[in-house]
Design a protein around this ligand. Structure first.
Ligand code: PLP
Length: 377
């Protein structure tokens, strides 16, 4: 299929851009000796999993469903962590996973015997209580955080059987931020590090962003590995799917009410949820700062506030040409934290999943229709 034949709405993952990200991650692996798992929480696009298999070491999963997905679509290791595991899921999780990370000593004591019998490598999530996250909703180390054991609640006498420590403190952060977090981890938990086999540095490393200091990251990992004699794991989600595709929509109508308003066959609320929650304004391909034609881009739901960019306070889009009914609109960088989070709110159609291959062919990976809505309601 050609690009022009893609039916909207659709998430279009661009294989060439994804490969570029994976090349950068592979360089980090090769030069630092770290393992890299994709965090399925942020990036799960089945049409791209074969490509991931040729670069990464496995997946990090938030629970049973992601672990099952990893077992089906990915090779390599499966690391599963949940804030709390459930009795009726833990056996299957232990069967599927190579590493399991417990969030509290309660959980560790509850499932310790089962976990050790199953042969998985057991880890514990610690909370270093430092984070440079710009936004509280995305700060895993904020006040009253339920994620990980803080030093105050650490039980050194219960570490027998624990092979690894895990922390996740960053969100869209730099290598300098990781450096600060590592210093805090060493200060608080330093005496336990050498008795571990692995330390998992979590996600939130924006490794594939243009200004990320990849050399510093490599240096930090190498030093840490040498100092403590442990293996190091990174589990980025966003950095895998960063700027590797778009959400394609069509203009269905144009109305006026104080402004020109284009109504699109997509939705901020249902298809780009982080633009509302984070919030941020997604870039549109071809928009131009001094364009004379200004539009609000509205979703095709009945939610009054379903205007793209509204939550971020920047909802005006400018173009050098007039928009017409039937035009295509491309929202950039909409592959991570979209497909994994979208909803059928208002009965709006879920965007199809399309892989734009390196040879220019557009391949439909998933098509969604009424049954998706019906099954959930
Ligand atoms: C969200 C999350 C990740 C991935 O974070 P990104 O910001 O997408 O890199 C990794 N590990 C854990 C435990 C997470 O909660």
């Amino acid at each position: 299929m050609k690009i022009s034949e893609i039916k909207t709405p659709a998430y279009v993952c661009e294989e060439a851009k994804l490969r570029k990200n994976l090349e950068i991650l592979k360089r980090v692996k090769d030069e630092s000796g770290a393992k890299i798992f994709v965090a399925l929480k942020g990036f799960a696009f089945s049409g791209a999993m074969d490509l991931l298999n040729s670069y990464l070491d496995g997946a990090t999963c938030s629970g049973l469903h992601e672990a099952k997905y990893a077992a089906k679509y990915l090779k390599g290791e499966i690391c599963t962590y949940s804030p709390a595991f459930k009795d009726d899921e833990i056996d299957e999780i232990l069967t599927l996973s190579s590493d399991v990370v417990f969030n509290s000593f309660n959980q560790w004591k509850k499932y310790r015997q089962k976990a050790l019998n199953s042969g998985v490598s057991c880890g514990l999530r610690i909370n270093p209580e430092i984070s440079l996250s710009p936004c509280e909703a995305y700060n895993p180390c904020g006040e009253n955080s339920r994620l990980g054991v803080s030093l105050r609640n650490f039980e050194p006498n219960e570490l027998e059987g624990i092979s690894g420590l895990h922390f996740h403190a960053l969100c869209e952060e730099s290598a300098q931020s990781l450096q600060a977090v590592l210093a805090e981890v060493e200060k608080k938990f330093g005496k336990y590090l050498s008795q571990m086999k692995w330390i998992n540095f979590g996600g939130g490393h924006h490794i594939t962003r243009k200004d990320y200091d990849v050399d510093l990251l490599i240096e930090l990992i190498k030093k840490f590995r040498e100092k403590y004699g442990v293996s190091v794991i990174l589990e980025p989600g966003e950095a895998v799917g960063w700027e590797c595709g778009y959400l394609l929509a069509s203009v269905l109508d144009i109305v006026q009410n104080g402004r020109n308003i284009a109504i699109l066959d997509t939705s901020a609320e249902a298809h780009m949820p982080d633009t509302v929650l984070m919030p941020y304004r997604p870039a549109v391909r071809g928009e131009c700062e001094d364009g004379k034609f200004e539009y609000l881009l509205g979703g095709n739901t009945c939610l009054a506030g379903d205007i793209i960019g509204l939550a971020a306070g920047q909802s005006l889009y400018k173009f050098s040409h007039e928009l017409n009914i039937g035009d295509k609109i491309i929202f950039e960088d909409q592959i991570h934290y979209t497909i994994v989070k979208n909803t059928t709110f208002n009965g709006i159609k879920l965007p199809d999943l399309v892989l734009l291959k390196e040879n220019g062919e557009a391949k439909i990976i998933r098509k969604f229709d009424f049954d998706e809505y019906e099954r959930r309601n």
